[in-house]
Ligand binder design. Structure first.
Ligand code: CO
Length: 138
């Protein structure tokens, strides 16, 4: 069911330092910070030839990233994202197999403008999994 690897997201305690580190130390192409109020994060995209890294920093009062940074003050891998062809089919299949979808089970629009869902880390070996519906040819 899952297709291409889309990105790995890393929560960081200082977005400017993290962006500079990826740009200047690792020599990667980085985006400008993008605010995602629906998800409570500010994101910098690190563009690699075959995939992306997303640097996540809390935005607003109830950011889901804040609790993670409280537990991991120097930052850490927050989630991995796999592409699926159809987010609703993926959700229904996973729920039927007993996996827990986080939130109300309705896909939200993610940082790339595509519908996304998150799956409970306890069902996937301690890793928060994001599913993103791959762009359909328009
Ligand atoms: Co993500």
């Amino acid at each position: 069911m899952i297709g291409r690897f889309n990105h790995v997201a890393i929560a960081v305690p200082d977005l400017e330092v993290a962006t500079k580190t990826y740009r200047d130390v690792l020599g990667a192409k980085v985006s400008a910070p993008q605010h995602e109020p629906d998800h409570g994060v500010t994101v910098v995209f690190v563009e690699l030839p075959n995939t992306k890294v997303e640097l996540l920093y809390p935005l607003g009062e109830n950011s889901p990233i804040q609790g993670f940074l409280d537990k991991n003050p120097s930052g850490g891998i927050h989630h991995v994202c796999y592409e699926v062809e159809n987010i609703y089919e993926a959700r229904d299949r996973l729920k039927a197999m007993g996996a827990r979808v986080i939130g109300n089970g309705e896909p939200k629009i993610g940082a790339h403008g595509n519908p996304v869902l998150f799956l409970h880390p306890k069902d996937f070996f301690g890793t928060l999994v994001e599913l993103e519906q791959a762009k359909t040819a328009a």
